[in-house]
Write a protein that binds this ligand. Structure first.
Ligand code: QV4
Ligand code: CA
Length: 500
């Protein structure tokens, strides 16, 4: 199902990567609702392995959460009780919860006695996960996967990709009625708590037919949690399709939306100067991407911001803030896909031969490895190791922009033949971006009513005054736009609700 079950005036989700449930509930109430966020993607809620030094020095990596041990909801993010409380509190302020679901596999190989976050035992040698329970019969075996390692060795072979192990992770057989039943039970439990949708992790590694069979047996969203009668869970599937493999994203669009990884890669290339912004005029289907209504789009995700997954060094992240804010602004102004904003924590990189040796580092935590609550600074930004891109003014003000212009199309495209672009959105909002190494100085058609507007990138509209730049639109709809390449931000944006 492709509809995020969002309130109609809220069009953006934020991934609060590795946040605790209590902190997410607070964030819904104090910030996300006020700023018009539609929902939150939360880290996998299912009990996972406690990964303690699988290799020397690696302690509680973020990726341990992608190795489930059971379907108990007990993780470093909190307990089942805290999870339910979060869903209730966020729904109460109109912010949806979308869960990251690891359904393709359970853990990799671990020594017996390795603990799990909810206290469950498991045995990887015999493929026993008694707290579900799953046993060896529930996994794809030698009959299904014929590679010598038992792992996926060739992405050119669709059978391997679905039926062999992804990096040694015990591969569940979603073709089995029993496994389907356990997965459906889990998803329906989350639905009963008021969860509005799911990210299906590693969907490329599961058969579309199996996912369809599972999705079809989900319950409607509960009316007693505020959903309209007959509402279905939103589904977006993680399929990395950059072309060149037999498995395509298009195989999955019948079930729900699909992560469009080309989007962030192409924008990374454009803003890093490997392509020109003028070509973004028809960004979307015209670039060989999925249909807008089938796409879930983002600039970076928790994998490719640290060199896992897809996109390589073209991906933009918080580490290149000026380019990143420009790309996010473009994404949020551009009518394509359902958008997701990344919200990260900081870690020190250690790049050796082009590879970050610290790509495993988990979230900010105390001496007992409990995740730390983000602190909130006076200027709305975060502290204590949390980057909180979603609390950068240039980003949350563009969230509002997207909500304001929702339902309009793009018009009045302008470019300078290089990397200065501008466009308007159906009489409701205007944006200009300068990624050339010289100033933008132009009188441009804006499509907005005449008046004075506050630029929402350099400041805000406060007490009927602009704290940043202001722009005057004349009776002909034209405005003089001045945006130097030397400024902190390479964007000017305003909309009908930023008018003085
Ligand atoms: C190691 C060896 C293997 C060996 C295995 C033996 O590398 O060769 O067979 O031990 O047990 C971690 C380690 C990895 C380790 C594995 C098993 O990094 O070295 O294998 O665990 O213990 C995340 C991380 C992975 C991590 C995994 C599980 O990115 O590094 O593996 O979690 O903890 C493809 C997929 C796509 C995937 C993307 C990263 O098509 O689906 O790779 N993206 C999603 C998630 C991602 C997650 C997974 C899928 C798996 O977004 O975060 O992987 O759930 O493109
Ligand atoms: Ca599989």
């Amino acid at each position: 199902q492709h509809d995020p079950n969002n309130l109609s005036d809220r069009q953006i989700m934020v991934h609060l990567f590795e946040w605790k449930w209590n902190d997410i509930a607070d964030e819904c109430e104090r910030f996300l609702s006020k700023m018009g966020f539609a929902g939150v993607q939360v880290s996998p809620p299912t009990e996972n392995v406690v990964a303690w030094e699988p290799t020397p020095g690696v302690k509680r990596p973020w990726w341990e959460r992608y190795q489930p041990v059971s379907y108990k909801l007990n993780t470093r993010s909190g307990t089942e009780q805290q999870f339910q409380d979060m869903v209730n509190r966020c729904n109460a302020v109109g912010v949806r919860i979308y869960c990251d679901m690891v359904l393709n596999h359970m853990t990799g190989d671990w020594p017996s006695g390795t603990p799990a976050t909810g206290g469950s035992s498991f045995n990887t040698g015999s493929k026993d996960y008694p707290a579900v329970p799953y046993s060896t019969y529930d996994f794809n075996g030698r009959d299904k996967c014929s590679t010598s390692s038992g792992n996926i060795e060739n992405y050119g072979d669709a059978n391997q990709v679905r039926n062999c192990q992804l990096v040694g992770l015990k591969d569940l057989n979603q073709g089995s009625d029993y496994v389907r039943g356990k997965i459906i039970e889990l998803l329906n439990r989350l639905i009963s708590y008021g969860v509005a949708g799911f990210r299906f992790d590693a969907s490329k590694h599961m058969w579309p037919g199996d996912l369809k069979a599972i999705a079809d047996r989900l319950n409607n969203l509960p009316t007693d949690k505020g959903f309209p009668a007959g509402a279905r869970a939103f589904i977006y599937q993680e399929v990395i399709d950059l072309g060149g493999e037999p498995i395509t994203g298009a195989e999955y669009v019948g079930i729900g939306r699909v992560t469009e990884f080309k989007y962030g890669k192409f924008l990374g290339e454009a803003f890093r100067g490997r392509n020109q912004l003028k070509y973004l005029k028809n960004f979307g289907e015209g670039w060989g991407m999925l249909a807008s209504g089938n796409a879930l789009v983002f600039i970076d995700n928790h994998d490719n911001q640290r060199g896992h997954g897809a996109g390589g060094d073209m991906i933009l992240t918080f580490r290149v803030p000026k380019l990143y804010k420009m790309a996010v602004a473009y994404m949020l102004a551009w009518p394509y896909g359902f958008t997701r904003v990344m919200s990260s924590y900081y870690w020190e990189q250690n790049i050796v031969n082009g590879q970050d040796k610290n790509d495993w580092v988990g979230p900010p935590s105390d001496s007992n490895w409990n995740i730390i609550t983000p602190t909130i600074n006076a200027d709305e930004t975060c502290g204590s190791g949390w980057v909180c891109e979603h609390r950068w003014r240039q980003i949350y003000n563009m969230v509002k922009f997207r909500n304001v212009v929702h339902g309009t199309t793009m018009n009045d495209w302008w470019d300078n033949g290089n990397n200065q672009i501008a466009f308007c959105r159906g009489g409701k909002g205007f944006i200009a971006i300068n990624n050339d190494n010289y100033p933008l100085q132009q009188s441009l058609q804006t499509c907005l009513p005449s008046g004075t507007y506050c630029d929402v990138i350099s400041g805000d509209l406060v007490n009927n005054q602009c704290t940043g730049k202001s722009i005057t639109v004349g009776s002909d709809g034209k405005a003089f736009i001045s945006l130097s390449n030397a400024e902190d931000d390479g964007v000017i944006a305003f909309h009908i609700q930023s008018a003085i």
